[in-house]
Ligand binder design. Structure first.
Ligand code: ATP
Ligand code: MG
Length: 725
């Protein structure tokens, strides 16, 4: 027998040596599913003598695939390549390299990302004469993606013998696809659709791959969507050796079409259940079990471990966000003083924009960090754009900033415009902005977009002399049309990031003296955060969203931003109702079960710009039995009350009992500056003390719940902040 089997328990061993047929492994987090899967791969290669070229091993993220490749290469003979240890999209790309000629594409096709797709969409809208007020880029792409989901677009448009006519070009999908075909580009939808189509349509291709892939293994199978299943089942139909592992409690991609029921209903020859957790201490597992047991829609199961003891889970409540992040840094330093290394730590958050605060706290202490699967805050496109506007206001000679934004949003200033300007500037030595101003009457430069740009920038510069940085930022983004174009794209994440930038500028002003802060002070200070050169090595603290953390483990885990509305994410609950709440809870379960030794849960008070609400501790904290964690920092009873209120309001809204509340939550960003926020305690001269439960769209009328239980809609001018004197 292979001696590495000693590393496994008997059930894992069973999974490893059950090589033939359809096998399903169901098990909770940290029970050694991925370990069994990687050992099975090595077993197939080392003991049965299967060529790695005949084993397909799929997992969910690129990170997980990289990790798996590493684990496997440590076990198989060197030189045995494992090219087919990849994500499903990764596999499809390899598949297409061999097969795509059937659709008239060369094997050197390119793959375009979301940003590129937006560019193509803009060209389509322009050539079809559709105004962005009629259809946003985002809606256009959604239409294309929906149309592609129907999947007859390939025979209709893409087969080599298709004869294009005017009507096809004028249809939205046709126009988009025509552009794609011109440059042989595939978007993310195409990758799987092409694969499915070729597998369906060309028996010789299907049979070749079916013959090739003797063994197929799928990790994290609970998160496969219908297309993934179709491809996997088709490939496995040849040798019929399909091994899938998963945990329905960790399904966190239903919002993107994951079909966990396909996992649950999978027909198998053999099932193996693992239940012993090897990753975490019992203290951490208790917390995980306590939270996930609140989901109604699940098969009850608890994780257990033979490990003893462990440190109690710590909840930290901070008065401010900054305090929250500083505390995390303090804990990291303390643990490092007693022997931990940087790479032992992971900081997890629900949404990307939350990385800014923690990044700043880590930089202040010169602690190296890496963001997995995401971009550092100040490197994000919209943040760089916004900062470029400020830089150009502060310094006209900043040509980099000028070039970045002169045509963002589009002012219809093309390559020849820029080239003319550059050549003037290089012959006169003037900065681009100045060259533009002085030569604006030249025919090549006198474009409406350029004239408007000059005017706006001049006005904003004048304004910035007497205004705060935050007001300047808001004004320049508004007047330049930047915000309008972001809103038209309806990209929530971009909006969140800009909100977060705005919030950070305000905080910067508050913590300095607002009137002392000049634009150039601010820019110089943040340049420290933007220009720092951090080595991207393994010796670093890992920052990532919980989605990215799937399948990974770390000795010390911080789950940050545990405020109601942020996590669970309010939008998810609103959009997907109870299913949304349960998916958020599974996400919490995934986050908790990443921790090996110590788990920290942190949250803070204050106002959240993304949810437009005051922050209250997350409902998930209230779902952990009180004796299972200790709290550092004082949480006033009012805050727990706020959590309860908010859960109640959200429930009412989500389940349709109170349309007024819905109005308030759907409020556009109108409540920005208002002292009245959801949860704020207010006083009315006649009705007494109450709490704001919701606001209208304009943020001028509030639904107030009074202490006697009654609820009224009242205008802002009749309310005072705070309780009775
Ligand atoms: P997740 O659900 O989070 O993906 P998983 O079920 O895939 O978790 P693994 O990542 O395979 O779990 O294993 C979790 C940890 O337990 C790893 O550190 C692994 O090395 C260890 N482990 C797994 N099986 C055993 C075993 N039989 N003996 C000792 N340690 C084990
Ligand atoms: Mg795993």
């Amino acid at each position: 027998m292979w001696d590495r089997l000693q590393d496994l328990n008997s059930r894992q061993t069973d999974a490893v040596v059950s090589t033939e047929g359809r096998i399903r492994v169901v098990a909770g987090a940290g029970t050694g599913k991925t370990k069994a899967l990687t050992y099975r791969y090595a077993y197939l290669v080392n003991v049965l003598g299967i060529d790695p070229a005949n084993i397909l091993c799929l997992t969910f993220t690129n990170k997980a695939a990289a990790e798996m490749r590493q684990r496997i290469s440590a076990m198989v003979h060197s030189g045995d390549y494992n090219d087919f240890v990849c994500t499903i999209d990764g596999f499809c790309v390899k598949f297409l390299r061999r097969e795509i000629y059937r659709l008239g594409f060369p094997k050197s096709f390119t793959i375009i990302d979301e940003d590129d797709q937006k560019g193509v969409a803009r060209q389509c809208l322009e050539s079809l004469g559709i105004k962005r007020s009629e259809k946003t880029v985002k809606n256009f792409l959604k239409e294309i993606s929906d149309a592609k989901a129907l999947n007859d677009y390939i025979p209709t448009y893409m087969l080599p013998d298709v004869a294009w006519d005017e009507n096809m070009l004028r249809s939205h999908v046709g126009n988009y696809i025509h552009r794609q075909m011109k440059c042989y580009s595939l978007d993310f939808d195409d990758i799987e659709n092409f694969t499915k189509f070729i597998l369906d349509r060309y028996p010789d291709a299907r049979e070749w791959w079916q013959g090739q892939l003797n063994y197929i293994m799928v990790d994290e199978a609970q998160d496969c969507n219908a297309d993934n299943w179709e491809i996997i089942e088709k490939l496995a139909a040849g040798h019929k050796n399909l091994f899938i592992v998963g945990d329905p409690d960790q399904c966190i991609y239903e919002w993107r079409g994951a079909r966990p029921q396909r996992f649950v209903q999978f027909s198998y020859n053999k099932e193996i259940v693992l239940d012993e957790n090897y990753r975490s201490t019992p203290k951490i597992l208790d917390v995980a079990n306590s939270v996930i047991s609140n989901n109604k829609n699940r098969i009850p199961k608890d994780l257990f471990t033979r490990q003893a003891g462990g440190r109690t889970v710590v909840h930290f409540h901070a008065k401010t966000e900054e305090e929250e992040y500083d505390w995390i840094v303090k804990q990291i330093k303390l643990l490092m003083a007693s022997g931990a290394t940087l790479s032992d730590f992971a900081v997890l958050y629900r949404s990307n924009y939350l990385s800014r605060g923690i990044e700043k706290a880590l930089m202040n202490e010169h602690l190296t960090y890496t963001i997995w699967g995401g971009v550092r805050f100040f490197e994000r496109r919209e943040i760089k754009d916004a900062i470029a506007y400020l830089r150009l206001l502060s310094n006209e000679a900043d040509d980099d900033a000028f070039l970045r934004i002169i045509n963002v949003p589009s002012r219809r200033l093309g390559r020849s415009f820029i080239d003319t300007l550059k050549s003037i500037s290089s012959s006169t030595g003037q900065p681009l902005m100045e060259a533009l101003r002085e030569n604006i009457s030249l025919e090549a430069l006198n474009r409406p977009g350029a004239v408007e740009f000059l005017k706006v920038m001049d006005e904003c510069r004048e304004f910035s002399r007497f205004a705060s940085v935050s007001d300047t930022l808001k004004r320049v983004l508004d007047d330049s049309g930047y915000m309008r174009s972001v809103r038209e794209d309806q990209d929530e994440e971009t909006l969140e990031n800009i909100d977060e930038l705005m919030h950070s500028v305000r905080f910067y002003e508050e913590s300095h003296n607002e009137f002392d802060v000049t634009l150039s002070d601010y820019l110089q200070d943040i340049a420290l955060y933007t220009n720092q050169d951090y080595r991207k090595d393994n010796l670093s603290i890992k920052l990532m969203t919980i989605h990215q953390a799937k399948g990974l483990e770390f000795p010390y885990v911080f789950i940050t931003g545990l405020s109601e509305g942020i996590f669970p994410n309010m939008r998810t609950i609103r959009e997907y109702k109870k299913n949304g709440e349960e998916e958020e809870r599974r996400l919490m379960y995934v986050a908790i079960t990443r921790a090996e030794k110590v788990l920290f849960l942190t949250e803070s008070e204050g106002f959240n710009v993304s949810t437009r609400m005051n922050k209250y501790p997350s409902r998930f904290l209230t779902e952990i039995k009180r004796h299972m964690f200790v709290t550092e920092g004082f949480v006033p009873e009012e805050l727990w009350k706020g959590t309860r209120n908010l859960v109640h309001v959200l429930d009412e809204e989500t389940f349709g009992r109170s349309p007024e509340a819905l109005d308030g939550f759907a409020a556009e960003r109108a409540g920005w500056d208002s002292p009245f926020q959801i949860g704020t305690v207010v006083t009315h001269d006649i009705f007494g003390e109450g709490t704001i439960m919701a606001a209208n769209k304009e943020w001028t009328t509030f639904e107030v719940k009074f202490s006697d239980g009654s609820t009224r809609h009242l205008r802002a001018s009749f309310l005072r902040l705070g309780d009775l004197p």
